[in-house]
Each structure stands twice: as C-alpha cells, then as structure tokens.
Ligand binder design. Structure first.
Ligand code: C2E
Ligand code: MG
Ligand code: MG
Ligand code: MG
Length: 287
C-alpha cells in the first residue's frame, strides 16, 4: 500500500547487533563498493514553515541498502565512511544526485549534510561548486548542514572555509544545535543562515520544562542573531502546537513528512499545488 514503506518498515541494521570493531570493519569493506554498485540512494524530508505548513525546502539524507546487511542507518555507516575516507565519494554522490533531482522542484531549496571530514578536504568547496555548475544549479539553492564539532576543533580555519562557501552563494545551516559546545558569542562568529534545534530537545517538549526553556532560548538566540530557526524531530501534533506557540519559524519531522524518494517529492509537490501547503496528518501527507 504505502509507496514509502521502505522508509517506514525497513529492518535497520544496528551496530548493537555485533561488537564494535568487527562490525565497523565489515561495514567498511562493504561500503567501499557500495557507491559503484548503486547501493546508495538519497531520500528527502520536507522542511515546512510552522505558521502555514508551506514546504520551503527538503533535506537530503543518504540511504544504503546493502545486499549483505540490508538497510543500514547513516548513524552507523557515516562514521565508518568518515574514518575510511569514503565520505568524500559518498558526499559527492549525494550532492550530484540532489542536483539532478531538484531540477524537478523549481524554487525548492535543498539541505545537504556535510561531515567535518568533508569540509577539511582542501578541494571541497571547488568540487561542490563544479558539480553545481555542471548541473546548472545555483549554489544559493543549497543549505550546507554542519555540526558544532567542526567549529570547535579549529575555529579559525572553519571561519575561513565557511566564509568562502558563503561567498560562493551556498547557504549555511548549523545542525543538531544544542548538542555540542556553543555559546551566543561563539555562534555569532560564524555566518550561519539557519540553526536546527536538535530533535532530543523536541522529544522532551511538553514533558520536561527545562527542554521548553532551552528551546525558547534557542529561538530567541536565532531571532537576536537574525538566523532562521528550524526544529527537527517533530513527531506529534502537540509538539507542533507548542513550537507554534514558541514561534519557531520552521519545523521538520515524521509528523509532517517522512524522508521519501525523489519521485515522491515530485508527486507531493504536484498534489500540493502552488500553495505547497502540506497536510498535517502524516498518514494523509504521504501516499
Ligand atoms: P541529521 O542531519 O540531524 O538528520 C535528521 C535525522 O533525523 C535523519 O536521520 C531523519 O530521518 C531523522 N528524523 C527526521 N524526522 C524525525 C522524527 O520526527 N523523529 C525522529 N526520531 N527522527 C527523525 P537519518 O536519515 O537516519 O540520518 C542520521 C544522520 O546521519 C543525520 O542526522 C546526519 O548527521 C547523517 N547523514 C545523513 N545523510 C547524510 C549525508 O548525505 N552526508 C553526511 N555527511 N551525513 C549524513
Ligand atoms: Mg541534517
Ligand atoms: Mg540534525
Ligand atoms: Mg543528527
């Protein structure tokens, strides 16, 4: 019935199933041939404006269906890809795929997750710019999602690289905000356009008063620094309602739409029409 059932029901392979070192080694070996063997794909999850649920962008999320392991979670294989250096090819595959897919989605922005290891690669900015150019997509249709770890490790270099990407036209988004080391003064030094409140805070919204206060302060911080705020991991109508009350500008989560293949994004946009307003109930929003 559900076209998106792979996303919903896939038996995920988790690292807990076998011990760390062996598991990582086996994943690394399998991952080495995964790109060429066509085992990787890209799913897209809508990000919507909280006030009227207009779809404003999608986040590209890599998927790996391994003949040996089945569907492997990025949380398990991205760290392996980073350690083995495979992240560079995987990153380019995701970006190239997104460039092709978004040709069908005029006006829609696409967020791309970028690992610290990718940004450390000297050719990263040039490679991405070249891929975008080759596909005739302007860099300002992208938001590169980066995590705090990257900024903390070498702030001077990070600042320079982010400024370069920004000058090329790429948008910048700080992912998983609140989980790493960050302060107001610190954040201000970097040219982020977006800030994504980590889903761990959203998960406790309404049940843990501290969480409400933290989210509130992150939203205030975004306002003060003129950075758009997105809350990720919205799973319930209650969470959406609370984020509305807190005036969080954008939301993303299973309650609104799951990650889906490119063809389903195209179908969703066609169904939503010019308004691009999504239906809140996820069972209705997704075919
Ligand atoms: P992320 O960038 O923070 O992405 C959000 C994750 O939350 C995604 O998991 C998404 O499927 C999941 N999610 C979305 N809505 C909900 C919700 O309502 N509830 C819950 N519980 N989860 C939700 P996913 O796709 O498994 O990716 C995990 C992480 O792997 C990403 O976290 C990102 O750090 C990394 N990743 C994914 N794709 C790529 C990629 O192409 N390149 C790089 N470097 N990293 C990637
Ligand atoms: Mg992300
Ligand atoms: Mg995140
Ligand atoms: Mg994350």
């Amino acid at each position: 019935q559900a076209k998106n059932s792979a996303e919903r029901d896939a038996v995920q392979y988790h690292s807990g199933m076998e011990t760390g070192a062996l598991h990582k080694k086996r994943l690394g070996v399998a991952l080495r041939t995964a790109v060429e063997a066509g085992e990787l794909s890209v799913a897209y999850q809508p990000i919507v404006r909280t006030s009227d649920l207009t779809v404003i962008s999608v986040e590209a999320l890599v998927r790996w269906d391994s003949p040996e392991f089945g569907r492997v979670s990025p949380a398990d294989f991205i760290p392996v890809a980073e350690e083995t250096g495979l992240i560079h090819d995987i990153g380019k595959f995701v970006f190239q795929t997104a460039c092709q897919d978004m040709a069908e989605w005029p006006g829609l922005k696409v967020s791309i997750n970028v690992s610290p290891a990718q940004l450390r690669e000297p050719n990263f900015a040039n490679d991405f710019a070249a891929i975008a150019r080759r596909n005739a997509v302007v860099p300002n249709r992208f938001k590169l999602e980066l995590t705090e770890g990257l900024l903390v490790r070498n702030p001077t270099i990070a600042k320079r690289k982010l400024a370069r990407l920004k000058s090329m036209g790429f948008g910048l988004s700080l992912d998983d905000f609140g989980t790493g080391f960050s302060s107001i003064g610190y954040l201000r030094q970097f040219p982020f356009d977006w800030l994504k409140i980590d889903k761990s805070f959203v998960a406790e919204l309404g049940t843990n008063p501290t969480s409400n206060a933290l989210i509130q302060s992150m939203i205030a911080l975004g306002d003060a620094l003129d950075i758009a705020v997105v809350a990720e991991g919205i799973e319930t109508a209650e969470q959406l309602q609370l984020l509305r009350l807190l005036q969080c500008e954008y939301v993303q989560g299973f309650h609104l739409a799951r990650p889906m293949p490119a063809s389903e994004v195209t179908a969703l946009l066609a169904r939503l029409g010019d308004s691009r307003k999504i239906v809140e109930d996820p069972s209705r929003a997704i075919e």
